[in-house]
Design a protein around this ligand. Structure first.
Ligand SMILES: NC(=O)c1ccc[n+]([C@@H]2O[C@H](COP(=O)([O-])OP(=O)(O)OC[C@H]3O[C@@H](n4cnc5c(N)ncnc54)[C@H](OP(=O)(O)O)[C@@H]3O)[C@@H](O)[C@H]2O)c1
Ligand SMILES: [Zn+2]
Length: 336
């Protein structure tokens, strides 16, 4: 089979189509003919910095968000059959730790994620497959898992409700757009930021109530404060945006954090945190049940995952370049 693999660490120029042996399903596994696989910033971290892999694992096939058709099943698989259209929940859990027993599963002590979807075929855990309802296209489905599960869980953990004001610094990428759309589904109002006017125009058509064109933390703090006191900040950027995200909260407000695109550390003012009863919540991914709920929202036409562009396998390098160059609004989907 062919796969878009990282053949080196560094820039999107190291994404090349290579040949690999066709995967065979092991016990409990299904092989999917991949119809669509979206990319995430996580994949870009692997390509740019060699995050989580060793050089000797090259060529490396990334891709966590896989939708496709079951082409073969291994022993001990019930629930899916060849020909089924499915979406993979990329969660990998041990099934035996305290958090697997008590839930939620995304706290698993040995939590990991599936990688390998940027290929014509993928061998995956059959128990992690969700049937695609009629009317949910593979490209739309593949846009959902990592970005929408993560945003959904953060909104839940931060207890977003109708009428709340939700602030999303960096609102035009996978997690950002998902947070804006899902906050809207929950009846909340939103503020999104971007450094690009053009991307903000698109974000407004996707339901953002207020937009701020800036990448400067102080300017953003001022603009958001003028709009109103924020109930919840959904923060995937980290770095200096974390201090801003905390400052703009009302008394009792919550900030959920899932990422550090803009840096791993930030200054937080203790007095602002405790005197104003604010809360900071760390969150990673979501549960398979969350993903099922999201697929149902799409099937019910209450949510339309935002696909910026679809790319062939040969153009996977361009998908990574578009993410790296910050061109996209929403998700970039490769169709092998
Ligand atoms: N913990 C988890 O479970 C989890 C799950 C998913 C994602 N994440 C993390 O969340 C982050 C977002 O992931 P994603 O896939 O949504 O990424 P993405 O699509 O690349 O995000 C693009 C957004 O980030 C902004 N941005 C990019 N680089 C920036 C920089 N250096 N400074 C400020 N803003 C910047 C862009 O702003 P402009 O509009 O101005 O270009 C855009 O709004 C990543 O760090 C990822 O690792 C974590
Ligand atoms: Zn576990």
């Amino acid at each position: 089979m062919r796969a878009a693999a990282f053949t080196g660490i560094g820039s999107p120029e190291h994404v090349d189509v290579e040949s690999f042996p066709d995967p065979e399903p092991g016990p409990g596994e299904a092989v999917l003919e991949v119809e669509a696989c979206s990319i995430n910033h996580h994949d870009l971290w692997i390509l740019r910095d060699g995050f989580r892999i060793d050089e000797d694992e090259l060529p490396y096939v990334a891709g966590m968000d896989v939708a496709g058709t079951v082409s073969a099943i291994g022993d001990d698989v019930d629930g899916v059959e060849p020909g089924d259209e499915v979406l993979l929940c990329p969660n990998q859990t041990c099934g035996s730790c305290r958090y697997c027993r008590e839930g939620p599963e995304n706290l698993c002590e040995r939590f990991d994620l599936y990688h390998g979807g940027l290929a014509e075929y993928a061998a995956v855990e059959a128990d992690r497959l969700i049937a695609l309802p009629d009317g949910v296209e593979p490209a739309a489905a593949a846009a959902i898992p990592v970005a929408y599960m993560t945003a959904f869980r953060m909104l839940e953990e931060a207890e977003v409700g109708p009428g709340d004001l939700v602030f999303v610094p960096g609102a035009t990428g996978g997690v950002g757009v998902a947070a804006i759309q899902l906050a809207d589904v929950l009846g909340a109002r939103t503020i999104g930021t971007s450094t690009s006017r053009e991307k903000l125009d698109r974000l407004e058509t996707l339901g953002a109530d207020h937009v701020v064109e800036s990448g400067d933390p102080d300017e953003i703090r001022e603009a958001v404060t003028e709009i109103g006191r924020v109930d919840v900040t959904i923060n995937h950027l980290g770095g200096p945006y974390s201090e801003v995200g905390l400052n703009v909260l009302r008394r009792g407000g919550r900030m959920a954090i899932c990422g550090q695109t803009a840096g791993p550390t930030s200054t937080l003012t203790m007095g602002d945190l405790f005197l104003n009863h604010k809360r900071v919540i760390g969150s990673t991914m979501g549960t398979q049940r969350d993903l099922e709920r999201l697929v149902d929202l799409v099937a019910d036409r209450r949510l339309e995952p935002v696909v910026y562009e679809r790319y062939s396998l040969e153009d996977a390098d361009r998908a990574f370049a578009d993410m790296d160059d910050r061109n996209a609004v929403g998700k970039l989907v490769v169709e092998p």
